[in-house]
Design a protein around this ligand. Sequence first.
Ligand SMILES: [Zn+2]
Ligand SMILES: [Zn+2]
Length: 346
Amino acid sequence: MLATVIHAAKDLRLEDRPDPQQPGPDQVLLAFGAGGICGSDLSYFNKGRVGDFTVREPLCLGHEFSGSVLEVGSGVTDLKVGDRVAVNPNHPCRVCRACVAGKGHLCYKMQFFGSAAIFPHVQGVFRERLVVERKQCYRVSKLLDFRIAAMAEPLAVALHAINRAGSLVGKDVLITGGGPIGCLVLLAARHAGAKSITVTEVSEKAIARMQVLPADEIVNSLQETTRVESWYAGKGHFDLSFECSGNPAALASAIRATASGGKVVVVGMVGMPEVPLPVNPFVAREVDLIGSFRFDAEFGQAVDVLARGAIDVQPVMTHSFPMKAAQEAFMVASDRDQSLKVHLVA
Ligand SMILES: [Zn+2]
Ligand SMILES: [Zn+2]
């Protein structure tokens, strides 16, 4: 079977790998339907690492995935051949301190697809055949586009960030960064009842593309500095801010722009291990700084929202390529001027 494998920065190869073994009793064998290229896949592709996790052996990339059932294990009674599923890449151990505390997504021994966090690495989903646990599969309608089903994972990231923030009803919200996650947080924030949503972005092309999304205001934070500084004045402006750019300067700006008693949710990794922060504004205003990492129960919520069409994620999906064109897909996905979510398809 064909697999999309990273060996080092910029060294992405299409490889012929042996087909997986038969599924165990509680497992299913899936055929690849669609896979979304995530920021972490791009970081492995461009830098050979994500944060502190460096590629130390060939790593099949990908964790955003939908497919169809080819074979079910002997103990699987509620899925059948031909069913279409979205796959939750979280595979927690269920016994460690985080799992026992009900936070499976923070599992100390997480087996997350396409990740170099542990060694040997956990191989990813950008391959033609994959065996997964039954528990990781969420059945969707056969009419739901594989690419939309694969959006369950990044949408779950956005829904988790919203849940970390608490109620958004009636709140003025800032989102820094208009990439796929920033756009999905925007859609999820609107869905959650935010009063106003402002997005900051630095790419004019990204801003033009975002005009179809339900933001109240999109600000070019490099050019419209007077507008941005107006949020810093007095006691800050926004009730809630979501940092979705990975840029330390945007995080500092979000802290300054958040009003007294507000919250800043940092969604995913910032591009550097340590960053200077404007400490006094957030101390004096009692702004809560909240980390948000992946998702837990929100995966099921995301599948449900997509199945019902309650959030239309299609404006965030810009390109699809067959797996054979993975190199080109990764190049396009790396260019923020050109693309939002890029999918590999069967
Ligand atoms: Zn992802
Ligand atoms: Zn665990």
